[in-house]
Design a protein around this ligand. Structure first.
Ligand code: HEC
Ligand code: HEC
Ligand code: HEC
Ligand code: HEC
Length: 157
């Protein structure tokens, strides 16, 4: 190894650390903006999602059952039936964050404020997702029966 090896290694480690810190800072600032806001630039995806995806009205599924539930019980539904509940910039309540009331684009593509604010930087939005990402809300058995096409059907595009 040439003498400069360790120095280069050290600066590489420094650069990597800086990159990691920057990435996590950016991630911390990335907020959920709601499907309608995505629709400003992706009208086709938004139109098919609104028309065909059950996710587009997933808050109705919990609202129709809300009468028989306590407020605490209802909160247990939010993690799957709304967008970003419990996460930074995610769903808080139907009154405060109506734009995040359903399971929107961002449950699959991740929070989109950085992507939207940058005018569509592709590096700041998730394109490829793993089927295991769906298991946060769908049972593993159900997910096993998914393949590429139903992945899209879940977002209906
Ligand atoms: C200000 C306009 C704008 C908004 C708002 C916006 N996008 Fe985009 N998006 C773009 C542009 C421009 C591209 C790159 C060109 C293309 O593929 O259409 C893009 C690309 C994408 C891609 C493909 C990324 C890739 O790697 O190819 C995905 C997925 C995406 N957007 C999802 C979303 C989601 C989800 C939202 C809402 C959270 C959203 N976009 C909001 C402009 C926008
Ligand atoms: C772990 C995630 C998760 C939680 C928590 C959850 N749901 Fe669901 N729920 C789903 C998924 C996913 C579906 C769609 C099932 C499918 O098609 O695979 C669904 C479907 C439903 C449906 C059926 C809608 C239809 O059109 O058939 C109703 C009603 C419903 N949920 C109500 C609730 C209520 C009320 C709560 C809270 C007490 C709740 N869910 C909590 C994930 C969840
Ligand atoms: C944040 C929770 C969440 C995540 C993550 C999620 N889903 Fe869903 N999905 C739902 C809920 C809730 C419903 C049912 C809505 C209802 O009927 O109330 C649903 C419905 C569906 C459906 C039913 C088909 C239809 O008519 O809309 C499919 C298929 C589906 N999701 C696929 C996927 C796939 C594939 C992924 C992973 C890429 C995924 N989902 C990730 C919450 C989620
Ligand atoms: C159930 C998960 C899911 C939901 C919900 C979802 N998408 Fe997607 N989206 C995908 C998958 C999977 C792809 C294809 C990724 C690939 O190419 O491997 C994709 C691709 C895209 C692309 C890239 C161009 C294309 O059509 O292939 C855009 C743009 C996009 N989605 C926007 C949106 C918008 C806007 C919404 C909400 C209105 C949305 N998505 C909701 C899973 C989802």
């Amino acid at each position: 190894m040439p003498k400069r090896g360790p120095a280069i290694l050290v600066s590489m480690v420094c650069a990597l650390t800086a990159l990691l810190v920057l990435t996590s800072l950016a991630a911390a600032e990335n907020k959920y903006i709601g499907s309608k806001a995505c629709g400003d630039c992706h009208p086709d995806e938004f139109a098919t999602y609104s028309k065909y995806a059950k996710k587009a009205h997933s808050s109705n599924s919990i609202k129709i059952m809300a009468g028989g539930l306590t407020e605490d019980e209802l909160k247990t539904c939010y993690g799957c039936h709304t967008t970003g509940y419990g996460k930074p910039g995610g769903f808080v309540s139907f009154e405060k964050t109506p734009e995040l009331a359903n399971a929107g684009c961002e449950v699959c593509h991740g929070p989109g404020s950085a992507h939207a604010d940058s005018g569509g930087d592709v590096k700041s939005i998730v394109l490829k997702m793993k089927i295991s990402d769906c298991e946060a809300c769908h049972s593993a058995d159900r997910v096993k029966s998914f393949n590429f096409k139903p992945m899209l059907f879940g977002g209906a595009h």
